[in-house]
Design a protein around this ligand. Structure first.
Ligand code: PMP
Length: 386
Protein backbone atom coordinates (compact mmCIF):
# COMPACT_ATOMS: atom_id res chain seq x y z
CA UNK A 1 0.00 0.00 0.00
CA UNK A 2 2.43 2.57 -1.30
CA UNK A 3 0.13 5.56 -0.99
CA UNK A 4 -1.16 4.77 2.51
CA UNK A 5 -0.80 7.72 4.89
CA UNK A 6 -1.68 7.98 8.55
CA UNK A 7 -4.23 10.74 9.15
CA UNK A 8 -3.29 12.42 12.43
CA UNK A 9 -5.11 15.74 12.11
CA UNK A 10 -7.71 16.78 14.69
CA UNK A 11 -10.55 15.45 12.58
CA UNK A 12 -11.43 13.74 10.39
CA UNK A 13 -9.44 10.94 11.99
CA UNK A 14 -8.60 7.32 11.14
CA UNK A 15 -11.84 5.32 11.35
CA UNK A 16 -12.29 1.70 12.44
CA UNK A 17 -12.70 -0.65 9.46
CA UNK A 18 -15.96 -2.01 10.92
CA UNK A 19 -17.32 1.53 10.83
CA UNK A 20 -16.13 2.09 7.27
CA UNK A 21 -17.80 -1.13 6.16
CA UNK A 22 -21.14 0.38 7.23
CA UNK A 23 -20.58 3.18 4.75
CA UNK A 24 -20.46 0.60 1.96
CA UNK A 25 -23.63 -1.39 2.69
CA UNK A 26 -26.44 -0.93 0.15
CA UNK A 27 -28.39 2.09 1.38
CA UNK A 28 -31.69 1.00 2.88
CA UNK A 29 -34.85 3.11 2.90
CA UNK A 30 -34.90 5.55 5.79
CA UNK A 31 -38.27 4.10 6.78
CA UNK A 32 -37.32 0.42 6.58
CA UNK A 33 -37.76 -1.54 9.84
CA UNK A 34 -34.04 -2.33 10.14
CA UNK A 35 -33.06 1.30 9.75
CA UNK A 36 -35.72 2.46 12.19
CA UNK A 37 -34.17 0.09 14.76
CA UNK A 38 -30.71 1.41 13.94
CA UNK A 39 -31.81 5.05 14.36
CA UNK A 40 -33.59 4.25 17.65
CA UNK A 41 -30.57 2.40 18.92
CA UNK A 42 -28.17 5.18 17.94
CA UNK A 43 -30.25 7.75 19.87
CA UNK A 44 -30.22 5.46 22.90
CA UNK A 45 -26.48 4.75 22.67
CA UNK A 46 -25.71 8.45 22.36
CA UNK A 47 -27.32 9.08 25.74
CA UNK A 48 -25.09 6.36 27.21
CA UNK A 49 -21.92 7.81 25.70
CA UNK A 50 -22.92 11.35 26.74
CA UNK A 51 -23.86 9.94 30.19
CA UNK A 52 -27.17 11.76 30.06
CA UNK A 53 -29.95 9.20 30.55
CA UNK A 54 -32.76 11.75 30.75
CA UNK A 55 -31.59 13.87 27.81
CA UNK A 56 -33.04 14.33 24.35
CA UNK A 57 -30.68 13.18 21.60
CA UNK A 58 -30.66 14.68 18.10
CA UNK A 59 -28.97 13.18 15.04
CA UNK A 60 -29.07 15.57 12.10
CA UNK A 61 -27.27 15.66 8.75
CA UNK A 62 -24.72 18.45 9.04
CA UNK A 63 -21.45 19.30 10.76
CA UNK A 64 -20.40 20.46 14.20
CA UNK A 65 -21.12 24.05 13.22
CA UNK A 66 -24.74 23.08 12.56
CA UNK A 67 -24.96 21.58 16.04
CA UNK A 68 -23.66 24.88 17.47
CA UNK A 69 -26.04 26.85 15.26
CA UNK A 70 -28.99 24.70 16.21
CA UNK A 71 -28.50 25.10 19.96
CA UNK A 72 -28.24 28.88 19.52
CA UNK A 73 -31.18 29.17 17.12
CA UNK A 74 -33.50 27.20 19.38
CA UNK A 75 -32.53 28.81 22.67
CA UNK A 76 -31.89 32.47 21.85
CA UNK A 77 -34.59 35.05 21.37
CA UNK A 78 -33.74 38.62 20.41
CA UNK A 79 -32.19 40.46 23.33
CA UNK A 80 -31.30 37.40 25.41
CA UNK A 81 -28.03 37.71 27.27
CA UNK A 82 -25.35 35.12 26.53
CA UNK A 83 -21.86 34.63 27.91
CA UNK A 84 -19.15 33.05 25.76
CA UNK A 85 -16.11 31.62 27.48
CA UNK A 86 -13.55 31.54 24.71
CA UNK A 87 -10.34 29.54 24.61
CA UNK A 88 -9.74 30.06 20.90
CA UNK A 89 -11.16 30.10 17.40
CA UNK A 90 -14.28 28.05 18.11
CA UNK A 91 -15.26 30.10 21.15
CA UNK A 92 -15.26 33.21 18.99
CA UNK A 93 -17.24 31.37 16.33
CA UNK A 94 -19.90 30.68 18.94
CA UNK A 95 -20.11 34.39 19.75
CA UNK A 96 -20.78 35.13 16.07
CA UNK A 97 -23.49 32.49 15.87
CA UNK A 98 -25.26 33.78 19.00
CA UNK A 99 -25.20 37.35 17.69
CA UNK A 100 -26.89 36.20 14.46
CA UNK A 101 -29.91 35.19 16.51
CA UNK A 102 -30.07 38.52 18.31
CA UNK A 103 -28.27 37.64 21.54
CA UNK A 104 -26.44 40.29 23.55
CA UNK A 105 -23.11 38.55 23.87
CA UNK A 106 -20.34 39.10 26.39
CA UNK A 107 -17.07 37.29 25.78
CA UNK A 108 -14.58 36.22 28.42
CA UNK A 109 -11.48 35.47 26.40
CA UNK A 110 -8.59 33.46 27.78
CA UNK A 111 -4.98 34.36 27.06
CA UNK A 112 -3.76 32.11 24.25
CA UNK A 113 -2.99 28.64 25.56
CA UNK A 114 -4.81 29.07 28.83
CA UNK A 115 -8.32 28.89 30.28
CA UNK A 116 -10.41 31.67 31.77
CA UNK A 117 -10.00 31.34 35.56
CA UNK A 118 -13.12 29.96 37.26
CA UNK A 119 -13.22 32.95 39.62
CA UNK A 120 -13.55 35.32 36.65
CA UNK A 121 -16.40 33.28 35.21
CA UNK A 122 -18.16 33.28 38.57
CA UNK A 123 -17.64 37.02 38.96
CA UNK A 124 -19.20 37.60 35.54
CA UNK A 125 -22.17 35.35 36.31
CA UNK A 126 -22.74 37.26 39.56
CA UNK A 127 -22.63 40.60 37.80
CA UNK A 128 -25.34 39.93 35.21
CA UNK A 129 -28.22 37.56 34.67
CA UNK A 130 -27.49 35.44 31.58
CA UNK A 131 -29.84 33.07 29.80
CA UNK A 132 -27.02 30.84 28.64
CA UNK A 133 -23.30 30.39 28.52
CA UNK A 134 -21.20 28.52 25.99
CA UNK A 135 -17.74 27.05 26.35
CA UNK A 136 -15.50 24.87 24.25
CA UNK A 137 -14.43 21.71 26.03
CA UNK A 138 -11.34 21.34 23.85
CA UNK A 139 -10.64 24.25 21.54
CA UNK A 140 -9.10 22.64 18.48
CA UNK A 141 -7.21 25.83 17.63
CA UNK A 142 -5.24 25.90 20.90
CA UNK A 143 -5.44 22.33 22.33
CA UNK A 144 -6.73 23.86 25.56
CA UNK A 145 -9.04 21.79 27.78
CA UNK A 146 -11.67 23.48 29.94
CA UNK A 147 -12.83 22.01 33.24
CA UNK A 148 -16.32 21.04 32.10
CA UNK A 149 -17.42 19.72 35.47
CA UNK A 150 -16.67 22.95 37.29
CA UNK A 151 -18.20 25.18 34.60
CA UNK A 152 -21.31 22.97 34.54
CA UNK A 153 -21.58 23.30 38.32
CA UNK A 154 -21.24 27.10 38.10
CA UNK A 155 -23.98 27.20 35.46
CA UNK A 156 -26.32 25.35 37.81
CA UNK A 157 -25.42 27.64 40.73
CA UNK A 158 -26.32 30.76 38.73
CA UNK A 159 -29.27 29.19 36.89
CA UNK A 160 -27.73 29.66 33.45
CA UNK A 161 -28.17 27.15 30.61
CA UNK A 162 -24.76 25.71 29.76
CA UNK A 163 -23.78 24.67 26.25
CA UNK A 164 -20.63 22.66 25.82
CA UNK A 165 -19.03 22.55 22.37
CA UNK A 166 -17.66 19.04 22.58
CA UNK A 167 -16.74 18.68 18.91
CA UNK A 168 -13.14 17.87 19.83
CA UNK A 169 -13.91 16.05 23.09
CA UNK A 170 -17.04 13.87 23.15
CA UNK A 171 -15.95 10.22 23.44
CA UNK A 172 -12.35 11.34 24.00
CA UNK A 173 -12.40 13.49 27.16
CA UNK A 174 -14.52 12.53 30.15
CA UNK A 175 -18.00 14.09 30.15
CA UNK A 176 -20.79 13.18 32.55
CA UNK A 177 -23.41 15.48 31.12
CA UNK A 178 -26.18 14.78 33.61
CA UNK A 179 -24.05 14.57 36.77
CA UNK A 180 -22.17 17.70 35.82
CA UNK A 181 -25.38 19.61 35.04
CA UNK A 182 -24.49 20.55 31.47
CA UNK A 183 -27.56 21.40 29.41
CA UNK A 184 -26.35 20.83 25.86
CA UNK A 185 -23.40 18.72 24.81
CA UNK A 186 -22.84 18.87 21.07
CA UNK A 187 -20.40 17.33 18.64
CA UNK A 188 -19.75 16.21 15.08
CA UNK A 189 -19.18 12.71 13.80
CA UNK A 190 -15.65 13.04 12.43
CA UNK A 191 -13.65 13.31 15.64
CA UNK A 192 -13.54 11.04 18.70
CA UNK A 193 -17.01 9.68 17.84
CA UNK A 194 -15.21 7.96 14.97
CA UNK A 195 -17.57 8.31 11.98
CA UNK A 196 -16.86 10.13 8.69
CA UNK A 197 -17.92 13.81 8.52
CA UNK A 198 -21.60 14.62 8.03
CA UNK A 199 -23.43 14.29 11.34
CA UNK A 200 -24.37 17.03 13.81
CA UNK A 201 -24.99 15.34 17.15
CA UNK A 202 -26.30 16.76 20.38
CA UNK A 203 -27.97 15.79 23.61
CA UNK A 204 -30.17 18.39 25.34
CA UNK A 205 -31.27 18.29 28.98
CA UNK A 206 -34.96 18.40 29.93
CA UNK A 207 -34.23 21.88 31.24
CA UNK A 208 -33.25 22.99 27.78
CA UNK A 209 -36.25 21.37 26.14
CA UNK A 210 -38.49 23.29 28.56
CA UNK A 211 -36.69 26.54 27.77
CA UNK A 212 -37.28 25.77 24.08
CA UNK A 213 -40.99 25.17 24.67
CA UNK A 214 -41.31 28.45 26.54
CA UNK A 215 -40.11 30.53 23.58
CA UNK A 216 -42.44 33.32 22.58
CA UNK A 217 -41.04 33.85 19.07
CA UNK A 218 -40.57 31.30 16.27
CA UNK A 219 -37.10 29.87 15.61
CA UNK A 220 -35.67 31.85 12.72
CA UNK A 221 -33.69 28.95 11.27
CA UNK A 222 -35.97 26.63 9.30
CA UNK A 223 -33.67 23.60 8.90
CA UNK A 224 -32.45 23.72 12.49
CA UNK A 225 -35.79 24.30 14.20
CA UNK A 226 -36.32 21.67 16.90
CA UNK A 227 -40.06 21.98 16.30
CA UNK A 228 -39.31 20.22 12.99
CA UNK A 229 -36.85 17.68 14.37
CA UNK A 230 -38.17 16.78 17.81
CA UNK A 231 -41.17 14.80 16.46
CA UNK A 232 -38.80 12.91 14.17
CA UNK A 233 -36.43 11.95 17.00
CA UNK A 234 -39.40 10.95 19.17
CA UNK A 235 -40.89 8.85 16.36
CA UNK A 236 -37.65 6.95 15.75
CA UNK A 237 -37.22 6.47 19.52
CA UNK A 238 -40.66 4.86 19.48
CA UNK A 239 -39.63 2.75 16.49
CA UNK A 240 -41.92 4.51 14.07
CA UNK A 241 -41.09 5.95 10.69
CA UNK A 242 -41.17 9.68 10.26
CA UNK A 243 -39.86 12.29 7.87
CA UNK A 244 -38.70 15.88 7.89
CA UNK A 245 -35.38 15.75 5.96
CA UNK A 246 -33.89 12.54 4.62
CA UNK A 247 -31.49 11.14 7.23
CA UNK A 248 -27.95 10.29 6.05
CA UNK A 249 -28.70 6.59 6.27
CA UNK A 250 -25.23 5.07 5.89
CA UNK A 251 -23.68 7.58 8.28
CA UNK A 252 -26.24 6.64 10.92
CA UNK A 253 -25.57 2.93 10.39
CA UNK A 254 -21.88 3.76 10.88
CA UNK A 255 -22.73 5.82 13.97
CA UNK A 256 -24.55 2.92 15.60
CA UNK A 257 -21.53 0.69 15.00
CA UNK A 258 -19.06 3.25 16.33
CA UNK A 259 -21.12 3.95 19.47
CA UNK A 260 -21.27 0.19 20.09
CA UNK A 261 -17.48 -0.05 19.77
CA UNK A 262 -17.02 2.92 22.13
CA UNK A 263 -19.23 1.31 24.77
CA UNK A 264 -17.61 -2.10 24.27
CA UNK A 265 -14.25 -0.49 25.02
CA UNK A 266 -15.82 1.09 28.11
CA UNK A 267 -16.00 4.84 28.69
CA UNK A 268 -13.52 4.90 31.57
CA UNK A 269 -11.00 2.86 29.64
CA UNK A 270 -11.46 5.07 26.62
CA UNK A 271 -10.94 8.29 28.56
CA UNK A 272 -7.85 6.81 30.25
CA UNK A 273 -6.48 5.75 26.87
CA UNK A 274 -6.89 9.30 25.58
CA UNK A 275 -5.22 10.66 28.72
CA UNK A 276 -2.26 8.34 28.17
CA UNK A 277 -2.03 9.31 24.50
CA UNK A 278 -2.12 13.02 25.37
CA UNK A 279 0.45 12.66 28.09
CA UNK A 280 2.76 10.55 25.92
CA UNK A 281 2.52 12.98 22.99
CA UNK A 282 3.24 16.02 25.16
CA UNK A 283 6.22 14.25 26.75
CA UNK A 284 7.55 13.33 23.29
CA UNK A 285 7.22 16.88 21.97
CA UNK A 286 8.97 18.30 25.02
CA UNK A 287 11.76 15.71 24.80
CA UNK A 288 12.47 17.06 21.31
CA UNK A 289 12.93 20.51 22.83
CA UNK A 290 9.66 21.94 21.48
CA UNK A 291 7.12 23.92 23.51
CA UNK A 292 3.35 23.51 23.44
CA UNK A 293 0.75 26.21 22.92
CA UNK A 294 -1.24 24.98 25.95
CA UNK A 295 0.34 26.47 29.06
CA UNK A 296 0.42 23.50 31.44
CA UNK A 297 -0.69 19.89 31.91
CA UNK A 298 -3.93 20.84 33.68
CA UNK A 299 -5.23 22.83 30.68
CA UNK A 300 -3.86 20.49 27.98
CA UNK A 301 -6.28 18.49 25.87
CA UNK A 302 -5.83 14.77 25.45
CA UNK A 303 -7.43 14.62 22.00
CA UNK A 304 -4.87 16.80 20.23
CA UNK A 305 -1.59 18.63 20.82
CA UNK A 306 -0.38 21.95 19.44
CA UNK A 307 3.45 22.15 19.38
CA UNK A 308 5.22 25.42 18.62
CA UNK A 309 7.81 25.31 15.85
CA UNK A 310 11.41 25.76 16.94
CA UNK A 311 12.76 29.06 15.60
CA UNK A 312 15.42 27.41 13.42
CA UNK A 313 12.97 25.50 11.25
CA UNK A 314 11.68 26.12 7.74
CA UNK A 315 7.99 25.92 8.71
CA UNK A 316 6.67 25.82 5.13
CA UNK A 317 8.65 22.72 4.34
CA UNK A 318 8.01 20.96 7.66
CA UNK A 319 4.44 19.67 7.15
CA UNK A 320 5.29 18.60 3.59
CA UNK A 321 8.21 16.70 4.95
CA UNK A 322 6.05 14.97 7.61
CA UNK A 323 3.67 14.03 4.80
CA UNK A 324 6.54 12.50 2.81
CA UNK A 325 7.26 10.42 5.91
CA UNK A 326 3.71 9.05 5.61
CA UNK A 327 1.87 11.07 8.26
CA UNK A 328 -0.60 13.90 7.76
CA UNK A 329 -0.64 16.68 10.37
CA UNK A 330 -2.46 20.01 10.48
CA UNK A 331 -1.12 23.57 10.49
CA UNK A 332 -2.00 26.25 13.02
CA UNK A 333 -5.55 27.62 13.12
CA UNK A 334 -5.44 30.74 15.29
CA UNK A 335 -5.16 33.54 12.69
CA UNK A 336 -2.60 35.56 14.66
CA UNK A 337 -0.31 32.56 15.31
CA UNK A 338 -1.03 30.35 12.30
CA UNK A 339 2.61 30.15 11.23
CA UNK A 340 3.97 29.52 14.73
CA UNK A 341 2.57 26.07 15.49
CA UNK A 342 1.14 22.86 14.11
CA UNK A 343 -1.47 20.40 15.37
CA UNK A 344 -1.49 16.65 15.95
CA UNK A 345 -4.79 14.84 16.47
CA UNK A 346 -4.69 11.77 18.75
CA UNK A 347 -8.22 10.67 19.34
CA UNK A 348 -10.66 7.89 18.56
CA UNK A 349 -9.01 4.65 17.51
CA UNK A 350 -5.48 6.03 18.05
CA UNK A 351 -2.96 3.47 19.35
CA UNK A 352 0.68 3.26 20.36
CA UNK A 353 1.87 2.44 16.85
CA UNK A 354 0.11 5.51 15.45
CA UNK A 355 1.84 7.69 18.04
CA UNK A 356 5.23 6.10 17.35
CA UNK A 357 4.84 6.57 13.60
CA UNK A 358 3.76 10.17 14.11
CA UNK A 359 6.55 11.14 16.46
CA UNK A 360 9.05 9.30 14.22
CA UNK A 361 7.84 11.32 11.22
CA UNK A 362 8.08 14.57 13.21
CA UNK A 363 11.62 13.73 14.32
CA UNK A 364 12.74 13.07 10.75
CA UNK A 365 11.01 16.14 9.37
CA UNK A 366 12.59 18.35 12.04
CA UNK A 367 16.00 16.98 11.19
CA UNK A 368 15.45 17.37 7.42
CA UNK A 369 14.43 20.98 7.87
CA UNK A 370 17.27 22.40 9.83
CA UNK A 371 16.52 21.54 13.46
CA UNK A 372 19.26 19.60 15.09
CA UNK A 373 18.31 17.05 17.74
CA UNK A 374 19.10 13.52 18.75
CA UNK A 375 16.86 11.06 16.88
CA UNK A 376 14.77 8.78 19.09
CA UNK A 377 14.23 11.06 22.09
CA UNK A 378 10.57 11.59 21.23
CA UNK A 379 9.69 8.01 20.33
CA UNK A 380 11.32 6.86 23.58
CA UNK A 381 8.77 8.94 25.49
CA UNK A 382 5.89 7.27 23.65
CA UNK A 383 7.28 3.85 24.55
CA UNK A 384 7.71 4.96 28.14
CA UNK A 385 4.34 6.60 28.63
CA UNK A 386 1.87 4.71 26.46
N1 PMP B 1 -16.00 23.23 17.51
C1 PMP B 1 -14.80 22.66 17.62
C2 PMP B 1 -14.15 22.60 18.96
C3 PMP B 1 -14.19 22.11 16.49
O1 PMP B 1 -13.01 21.52 16.61
C4 PMP B 1 -14.83 22.17 15.24
C5 PMP B 1 -14.21 21.57 14.01
N2 PMP B 1 -12.86 21.55 13.95
C6 PMP B 1 -16.09 22.77 15.19
C7 PMP B 1 -16.64 23.29 16.35
C8 PMP B 1 -16.85 22.87 13.92
O2 PMP B 1 -17.14 21.60 13.45
P1 PMP B 1 -17.37 21.31 11.90
O3 PMP B 1 -16.08 21.57 11.21
O4 PMP B 1 -17.77 19.87 11.87
O5 PMP B 1 -18.45 22.23 11.46
Amino acid sequence: MKSRKLLMIPGPIEFESEVMQCMAVPTPSHVSPDFIDCFANSLKLMKEVWQCPSGQAFIIAGTGTLAMDMAAANLIETGDKALVISTGYFGLRYAEILKRYGAQVDILEAEVGNIVPLELIEQQLKSKSYKLLTFTHVDTSTAVLNDAKRIGTLGKKYNVLTILDGVCSVAGEEIKQEDWGIDVVLTASQKAIGVPPGLALLVASQNVMQAFEQRTSPVSNYYGDWANWLPIMKAYENRQASYFGTPPVNLIIALEKSLQLILEEGLDHRFDRHKSAGKAMRAAIKALGLDLLSKNEYVSANTLSAPLYPSQIDTNAFLKSVNQEGVILAGGLLPQLKKNYFRIGHMGSVNKNDLLATVGAIESALKNNGYSHELGLGTAQILKHF
